[in-house]
Design a binder for this molecule. Structure first.
Ligand code: ZN
Length: 74
């Protein structure tokens, strides 16, 4: 991804990529940054990635030990 920086969820929208989430159990998910942004704005939540990551939970094992990274859209 070169020098692109992904500090907030808005950066994902700006670069046209999805938020890829990977859990230590191997489960992966792909989230729409626009949907996350909307939730953050509606609920007045922090849009920085560490804060977003802290709110995510693996749907497979329930762990909060997940990593977020940009995923190119098909
Ligand atoms: Zn998991």
């Amino acid at each position: 991804m070169g020098t692109k920086r992904f500090e907030t969820v808005f950066d994902y929208s700006k670069h046209g990529v999805d938020v890829g989430v990977k859990c230590t159990c191997g489960h992966t998910a792909r989230l729409d940054p626009k949907a996350i942004s909307k939730t953050c704005i509606t609920k007045g939540l922090d849009t920085r990635m560490p804060a977003i990551k802290a709110r995510l939970k693996c749907k497979a094992c329930g762990s909060r030990d997940v990593e977020c990274s940009p995923v190119e859209r098909d």
